[in-house]
Write a protein that binds this ligand. Structure first.
Ligand code: SF4
Length: 303
């Protein structure tokens, strides 16, 4: 962007400790979202090796912590399941005055109740931003997309608790976010309205699903209803005409526009050649049978 000179720093000016700390190393979660790109089950190393690594990081961060002014946690796991990250956050005692310090948290909200909040309530004295990612307020859709058996009411109760923290000024900015996809786009007008009116969100971030390989290619293709060849694309465009998406608090990152996803066959060829060949072979083999069935129907029923 031609701004590299603004970001250069003399090597002698690099401070001994960083002033910002981004914690997203502890990949643990109580959900298994269908669109997740950081599933624990994909990790190769045994859990004890992984946990030893997390503990080592937690220890190494201790001398850094007092010098940190901005801290953020998660985006690649669930905050309230990440014991090491929670410990680091709870032990953060910055040397800088509280008004110069800020914290930013991202969580799926399923465990954000009074008891869990207690572990890190020290963050409430700083400028605190919280983002909560929610797939849906409909029980079936929520459970399906989040890969959980938790009741939606638990999350709704937690959102009311978070709203109370926002109203007391303990949280300074509350964002509720969702990944808009084939299963939930129909619900987005009502979803956005509830986020603003019922849960007091300062912003509602609607990020469209991106085909980045979190699923097998066919499912990936079908999940992206913004594709120009998707059967639900027109419905998606109509839904996105709802006036709620013009609300200043609602940030629709998709903007009702098409994605770059091509038709299924070119998509498959690009992503998985062997699968594409299998699908095409099956189609060619099935073709004479389909033709014969149609002919038979015409003879029998005249259709
Ligand atoms: S809540 Fe986040 S980290 Fe956990 S499974 Fe869902 S997308 Fe992945």
């Amino acid at each position: 962007m031609g701004t590299i000179n603004d970001h250069l720093i003399e090597i002698d000016d690099i401070p001994e400790y960083p002033s910002s700390l981004y914690l997203a190393h502890e990949e643990v979660c109580n959900y298994t979202c269908t669109f997740c790109t950081s599933r624990v089950s994909w990790r190769k190393e045994p859990p004890e090796v992984r946990n030893a690594g997390y503990e080592a990081i937690t220890e190494k961060l201790k001398p850094v912590l007092p010098h940190v002014k901005r801290i953020s946690a998660h985006g690649r796991g669930e905050l309230f399941c990440a014991r090491g990250i929670l410990k680091t956050l709870s032990e953060w005692r910055p040397l800088a005055p509280a008004e110069e310090c800020s914290a930013s948290l991202e969580t799926n909200g399923s465990l954000f109740d009074a008891e869990h909040w207690k572990q890190i309530e020290n963050l409430g004295q700083y400028n605190l931003r919280v983002a909560i990612t929610v797939t849906s307020f409909d029980e079936y859709t929520y459970r399906l997309l989040s890969g959980t058996t938790l009741p939606i009411q638990q999350l709704i109760d937690n959102l009311h608790f978070v709203r109370s923290l926002r109203e007391k000024g303990i949280i300074n900015h509350l964002e509720i976010a969702s990944v808009v996809q084939e299963r939930n786009f129909w619900q987005m007008p009502e979803f956005a309205r509830r986020c603003v009116e019922e849960f007091g969100a300062d912003t509602v971030r609607l990020r469209p699903y991106l085909v980045h390989g979190s699923n097998n290619p066919i499912r990936d293709w079908f999940t992206d209803m913004r594709g120009a060849y998707h059967p639900y694309r027109e419905e998606y465009r109509q839904i996105m005409q709802d006036p709620i998406f013009q609300h200043p608090k609602v940030l629709d990152w998709g903007g009702g526009r098409d994605s770059q996803t091509p038709d299924l066959l070119p998509f498959l060829i690009r992503r998985e050649k062997v699968r594409a060949i299998k699908v095409m072979t099956a189609e060619i083999l099935k073709w004479p049978f389909r033709k014969a069935k149609r002919l038979l129907n015409r003879l029998r029923f005249g259709i």
